[in-house]
Design a protein around this ligand. Structure first.
Ligand code: SAM
Ligand code: SF4
Length: 325
């Protein structure tokens, strides 16, 4: 059985948010830091197990752990090992700000994580501190080295591209891909409910980067049918690749192959959707898993053809830490 919607898209990729808490204060996400707002905590290990089992049984072969910062969970290693062990899960991935990578890369690889996205918005120590609120650039860079040593199948570095903040660092980021098979990806800043003014000040189209890459001998890589949202470029003199993620571009949603499940147990059909379908009540005991599955299948048919970001409609998302980017 597979999960599909009314637009011919089938879903093989799940972004599973395991917490909305985070220790960083990225200017475009949680500039004032994470504040716990009452209510139930994040899904427990058992709730996550039931959800992961059902999603995997419905053909979601790739699962990415995200947050908030997923690795702030005390039981993060158990969560990772549990998801990796679900029958049907072919690839377990993690998106992290990298602060625990130097010490934990090997353990997480052993737990079954195979692909790693590390967020790194500046290679300049002071700019990194200003963006994230933490003087930890060196740790993140050491973490990337540790990840290579641990033997992950795929390592990507994600930078949110921001006018007046890190747009002058393009060459330094591209240089990261020179001698290592790393995917360096520039993500266009997305508008969220909390940060309309920041967006207006700092949003920049990644078209500028595409033109620069083409002029410097990079060529677009053909996209595989089940590829993610990035348009990748390769160069004969570089071992790595450069990817551009441009959510405001035409047709960005056409090939959307992902679903999102929040740390509160809501199914989000689009990062910028108007609603999350609350499904936590059906994760309370193993007996409910069949009903959870039926509700999931029904909910997915409500996915719309695309977001309405270009019209300034950011949906219910106040910032991406809540759903996981
Ligand atoms: N804390 C982890 C991290 O930062 O990698 C995982 C969660 S974070 C919400 C996932 C990704 O979303 C990060 O790469 C982050 O830079 C990106 N992100 C957050 N807010 C964004 C925004 N407004 N526009 C574009 N990317 C954003
Ligand atoms: Fe935390 Fe990631 Fe948001 Fe930065 S982008 S504040 S690291 S959740």
């Amino acid at each position: 059985m597979h999960l599909g919607d009314g637009f011919g898209r089938t879903f093989k990729y799940l972004r599973l948010s395991v917490t909305d808490a985070c220790n960083f204060r990225c200017s475009y996400c949680l500039p004032d830091g994470y504040r716990r707002c009452g209510g139930p905590g994040p899904l427990t290990l058992d709730e996550l197990r039931r959800a992961a089992t059902v999603f995997a049984s419905l053909g979601l072969r790739k699962i990415r752990l995200t947050g908030g910062e997923p690795t702030v969970r005390r039981d993060f290693d158990d969560v990772a090992a549990m998801v990796a062990a679900q029958p049907g899960v072919e690839k377990l991935a993690l998106t992290t700000n990298g602060y625990r990578l130097p010490q934990r890369a090997e353990t997480w690889h052993r737990a079954g994580i195979r692909a790693l996205n590390v967020s790194l918005d500046s290679l300049d120590r002071e700019t990194f501190r200003r963006i994230t609120g933490h003087d930890r650039r060196d740790e993140v860079l050491d973490g990337i080295d540790a990840a290579f040593a641990a033997g992950f199948d795929a390592i990507k570095v994600n930078a949110v591209y921001m006018k007046g903040i890190n747009d002058h660092e393009l060459d330094a980021f591209v240089a990261l891909a020179k001698d290592r098979p790393v995917g360096v990806r520039f993500i266009e800043l997305m508008e969220t409910g909390d940060h309309a003014a920041f967006f207006r000040r700092h949003h920049l189209s990644t078209d500028i980067i595409a033109r620069k890459l083409l002029a410097e001998g990079w060529t677009p890589r053909l996209k595989a049918a089940d590829a993610g949202p990035a348009n990748d470029f390769v160069h004969p003199d570089y071992r790595g690749s450069i990817g551009l993620i441009a959510p405001y571009s035409k047709d960005f949603c056409k090939s959307c192959n992902r679903l999102r499940f929040s740390s509160q147990g809501k199914l989000h059909l689009c990062l910028f959707g108007e609603f999350g379908v609350p499904l936590r009540s059906w994760l309370q005991s193993d007996d409910q898993m069949e009903e959870f599955r039926d509700r999931l299948v029904a909910a997915v048919t409500r996915k719309t053809d695309g977001h309405r970001l270009a019209h300034g409609l950011t949906g219910m998302t106040s910032n991406l830490s809540a759903i996981g980017g």
